[in-house]
Design a protein around this ligand. Structure first.
Ligand SMILES: [Zn+2]
Ligand SMILES: [Zn+2]
Length: 264
């Protein structure tokens, strides 16, 4: 219903680009199989939400090579990732649409906007389509998301990680499970150092109560889970969420984000 309303609205009021705000593109439908940007990404879904320039620049945000364990871009001559050499995360893999730089930075800002749910769905479809083969090979049994505290949801009036996860589950034909809850309101991570980040997040996630009974655990805890969030910065938040999922009985957690911050 919501989608039909938006489609009708787009027909009479063509949307402007969600990243740069320009609306001058004459052919707004691009990104089809004919739009094979670099020979590596055929069959991308068409979009009406970006202009051609932002679409091209968005795809440039993809790192040619990145660490499969932490998602950090790697130079071609580096064999062992220096970012996770001395630190083991509770998640096994990171998938990302690209590096957290413009125009992906603005794209992430927009999906956090209360009116950005449809753009979030578009970005989720794009990341799945780009990573489709690897994601399917992983054999995930369930998709879940990094939840926010109820007081933040009240302020923000949207849950971008949930919107992303729901679309990703739908695209991959997997069930969406609400496995975690945020039981502590934490300080903004960006203002804290690495040690303080860990202390801040310690105990901030808990399993959803419905998964705590022995009966439901036996029936529904999936062994391979795809955990979705909008951005991965130091990885501390997803690590803490993955730790909680593993305590719950999940065997393997992989993370999917729209953008991977490099700290640069
Ligand atoms: Zn644009
Ligand atoms: Zn790494």
């Amino acid at each position: 219903m919501r989608q039909a309303y938006q489609d009708l609205l787009d027909l009479f009021l063509p949307p402007s680009c969600w990243i740069c705000g320009q609306g001058s593109c004459t052919d707004r439908r691009f990104g089809s199989s004919d739009d094979d940007v670099d020979g590596m990404t055929p069959h991308l879904p068409p979009t009406t939400m970006l202009c051609k320039r932002c679409w091209d620049e968005l795809l440039v945000c993809r790192a040619p090579r990145s660490c499969t364990a932490c998602g950090m871009p790697l130079p071609s001559d580096v064999q062992q990732c220096p970012h996770c050499r001395d630190h083991r995360f509770h998640f096994e893999h990171v998938f990302a649409l690209g590096v957290y730089q413009e125009p992906l930075r603005t794209a992430v800002y927009q999906i956090k906007h209360p009116a950005g749910w449809r753009f979030a769905e578009e970005m989720a479809r794009l990341v799945v389509r780009i990573q489709a083969r690897t994601l399917i090979e992983q054999g995930f049994q369930s998709v879940t998301w990094v939840p926010s505290h109820w007081s933040r949801r009240l302020n923000r009036k949207c849950t971008p990680a949930l919107t992303l996860a729901a679309t990703i589950a739908n695209e991959l034909n997997l069930p969406l499970h609400h496995l975690l809850r945020r039981c502590k309101r934490t300080k903004k991570q960006g203002l804290l150092g690495p040690a303080a980040r860990r202390r801040n997040l310690d105990g901030s996630f808990a399993p959803k109560k419905s998964y705590l009974s022995r009966r439901s655990r036996a029936m529904t805890i999936p062994s391979k889970v795809l955990l979705v969030d909008d951005v991965l910065t130091t990885g501390t938040t997803c690590d803490e969420a993955s730790k909680t999922l593993k305590k719950l009985g999940v065997g393997q957690v992989s993370v999917l984000v729209i953008a991977r911050a490099t700290g640069a």
